[in-house]
Design a protein around this ligand. Structure first.
Ligand code: GDP
Length: 426
């Protein structure tokens, strides 16, 4: 019989913070394995389960389900002190992760050195800074691409590790001049961290290959989001990894033929952190209202998020790249308090109507955003658990999005807690 077992992928469809963690947690309840494929501890998922609030940065949210195995794939960059810090925090909250958390031996390591460089680079960029979380993620992907990176397996040939590490530090000093960094102390720290990490390290390519073949249910959890993708995002205001669907394959070493459903998580409005273009941004009191009602402040940094109306130009483009099989519309309840709701449907650039997201940021700067205005519903939807229970105007809002994108909405988030979700059969 043909082996048709495929992994399900959850991806952010806008600029991040869409609430991917909640869906990933929900799906992980039914998954054997939950894998992260890219990014580092710059991401932030919040999961509220059984009244306990967990903040995930680098570890897969599948850990909340005690029978789910979590895998940190080779596309993830790993800051070991951060990894153990996060693990300790989860365990303190009562999660037992023993024997069900694995790390790929091909992961690149993020050192404090990369974090120092991240800060220096942002200072160098001045007003044009990217607004990174300064967690060293970008500099680690840079050293990966320039072939001077250090991977997990190097830890277990420590002479090689030491040679590479000293050379990496020297090259960063050549590039950025003098900065404080105690190499000997760091080497000693990594000798210890290597032993602590040893039980978690696996060849994740072989592991996932075998598990998929054994018909295990695999959930792949994307971090960040499509508009932050290194190739397809608002470059250079992007993250340094492939956050698009391709990253699921390259970051885990699984073939595209093993990828089944691709669920796009889309907030019912739009937010973004850091610099870069955001056509439907609202800098007025409507934007502030979205921020306040939606509690739009970063999990990792506490930074206020920029807020605006839903942008279908962004979502259409996002769907072209990722090919969503369904959507999870999140935080629809945040729109409960608006009399009318606008949706961006196209841009006008140099007198032309543009319906897909342009590559050139200068073009975007001059774009006029064209909106459709829909009536609000002015009703609390947080207790609704069925689509039919939503007010008519709210249902119409969902249908409007579905129709434009040609993608069914399968889940609707109506509150922060785990159960505040409507499931629609698609
Ligand atoms: P992620 O990184 O994409 O998982 O997103 P974050 O965790 O940074 O942000 C999502 C925030 O919204 C979290 O605080 C969630 O608890 C919360 N959240 C998720 N879904 C909903 C929803 O449907 N309604 C409301 N009001 N909050 C939600």
């Amino acid at each position: 019989m043909a082996d048709t077992n495929k992994a399900t992928v959850v991806l952010g469809s806008q600029w991040g913070d869409e609430g991917k963690g909640k869906l990933a947690d929900l799906l992980a309840a039914d998954a054997d394995i939950c894998a992260r494929c890219q990014g580092g501890n710059n991401a932030g998922h919040t999961i509220i389960a059984d009244g306990v609030k967990y903040a995930f940065h680098m570890l897969p949210s599948g850990l909340v389900n005690p029978s789910c195995v979590s895998v940190v794939g080779s596309g993830v960059v790993l800051h070991l002190p951060g990894f153990f810090g996060e693990l300790e925090e989860l365990e303190e909250k009562g999660l037992n992760c023993d024997g069900r958390l694995f790390v790929s031996d091909r992961c690149h390591l993020v050192f404090d050195l990369h974090q120092i460089v991240d800060g220096l680079k942002e200072v160098e960029l001045g007003r044009g800074s990217i607004g990174t979380t300064r967690k060293g993620i970008g500099p680690t992907y840079s050293t990966k691409a320039s072939r001077s990176g250090i991977r997990v397996h190097h830890l277990y040939h420590f002479d090689e590790f030491e040679k590479r590490f000293r050379s990496l530090v020297a090259s960063r000093h050549r590039r950025y001049g003098d900065f404080e960094y105690d190499v000997e102390k760091e080497l000693q720290r990594y000798r210890e961290l290597a032993e602590r990490l040893r039980p978690y390290v696996i060849d994740s390519v072989e592991y996932l290959y075998n598990e998929l073949k054994a018909q295990k249910k695999v959930l792949i959890e994307g971090a960040n989001a499509l508009m932050l993708d290194i190739d397809f995002g608002t470059y250079p205001y992007v993250t340094s990894s492939s956050t698009a669907i391709g990253g699921a394959s390259t970051g885990l070493g699984i073939p595209p033929s093993r990828i089944g459903n691709v669920i796009g998580v889309a907030k019912a409005y739009t937010t973004r952190v850091g610099g870069g273009p955001f056509p439907s941004e609202l800098t007025d009191d409507v934007g502030q209202k979205l921020r306040d009602v939606g509690a739009e402040y970063g999990v990792t940094t506490g930074r206020p998020r920029r807020c605006g109306w839903l942008d279908l130009v962004v979502l259409r483009y996002s769907n072209m790249v990722n090919g969503y099989t369904s959507l999870n519309l999140t935080k629809l309840d945040v729109l409960d308090v608006f009399d009318e709701i606008k949706v961006a449907v196209s841009y006008t650039i140099n007198g032309k109507n543009v319906t897909s997201f342009p590559a050139d940021l200068d073009d975007l700067e001059t774009a006029t955003v064209n909106y459709v205005t829909l009536p609000g519903w002015n009703k609390d939807i947080s207790k609704c658990r069925k689509f039919e229970e939503l007010p008519k105007n709210c249902q119409d809002y969902v249908r409007f999005i579905e129709k434009d994108l040609g993608v069914p909405v399968e889940w609707i988030g109506v509150g922060a807690s785990r159960d505040a979700m409507i499931k629609i059969d698609v």
